[in-house]
Every structure is written in structure tokens, then in C-alpha cells.
Design a protein. Structure first.
Length: 150
């Protein structure tokens, strides 16, 4: 079976082409291949993005991070946050564990990301993040990104 044509932008470097090739997924028992075009766009961006942000983007990122952490810490006594922490504490932490915000305890990365994400969403104050094109909840990804970074 012939593969579908690749967009021109995937041809610019061998790294991009290699990433794009890995994004093919088997879709059914007939082994018919489909492209993950969104995945290709994201991988293209990741391969080519500069590691430097301009001053305006840095300020915006810091403001979003600080605001989100403040909202998460403000939610520590919320019943949902307490339940999430109680759940995370049921599992033993190891050397690869991550901080549960507002505590000195640690949990497996996925549990820390979940628990900290609950903290972020308890009061749902991130609904107020509005820009030109109301881009939604900018903080939803933070707990996962920070757990991954740890």
C-alpha cells in the first residue's frame, strides 16, 4: 500500500522527516496507515523551536506559572485537594518521585501530576485567563510538565 504524500515542511531536515515517519500509526487490522497530522505539526515545532523566549513571552509564562501555583496553594484545604493527596499518599514514593505542592511529601510522577492538577482546578480560577482568542485553561498542563521536569 502506498503511503500518503508528506507535507513539504516535513522534507526540510532529516530530523523532521525521521520524526514524521515515526508518527505513522496502524489504524486497523488491514494495516492501513494514517498520518497523525497534528502530531506532525507538534513534532515539527518541537524540533525547530528556539530554546529562548522573547522578553514578553517570558513575562507571560512567569505570570501564568506564578498565578497557577498561587491558586494551587490556595486550594490545599479544598476537599477535592485533600482527597487527591490522600489517594496519592496510599502509594509508596521512590527515588523518582515528585513533590506534591504545598507539602513535604512526594509521589510517583503520575500521581503528583494528578494531585497537583486537582489543586490547580479546585477553585477553577483559571477560567479567567482570557486573551485575544480565549485560549482556555493555560494552567491545565502545568502539573504534568513540572512532574516531567522533576
Amino acid at each position: 500500500m502506498k503511503s500518503p504524500a508528506r507535507p513539504a515542511w516535513t522534507e526540510s531536515t532529516s530530523a523532521q522527516a525521521n520524526v514524521a515517519e515515526r508518527l505513522y500509526v496502524t489504524a486497523n487490522a488491514n494495516k492501513q496507515q494514517y498520518r497523525d497530522e497534528v502530531g506532525e505539526l507538534i513534532s515539527n515545532y518541537v524540533v525547530n523551536v528556539s530554546d529562548q523566549l522573547d522578553a514578553r513571552a517570558k513575562r507571560a509564562a512567569k505570570a501564568a506559572l506564578i498565578d497557577s501555583i498561587a491558586v494551587a496553594i490556595g486550594a490545599l484545604r479544598h476537599p477535592a485537594a485533600q482527597s487527591a493527596r490522600k489517594h496519592a499518599y496510599r502509594f509508596p514514593a521512590n527515588s523518582k518521585s515528585c513533590v506534591i505542592w504545598g507539602t513535604q511529601k512526594r509521589a510517583a510522577p503520575e500521581l503528583a501530576a494528578f494531585t497537583n492538577g486537582v489543586h490547580l482546578r479546585c477553585h477553577d480560577y483559571n477560567d479567567l485567563f482570557v486573551v485575544r482568542r480565549n485560549s482556555g485553561h493555560s494552567s491545565d498542563i502545568l502539573s504534568s510538565v513540572i512532574a516531567s521536569a522533576e
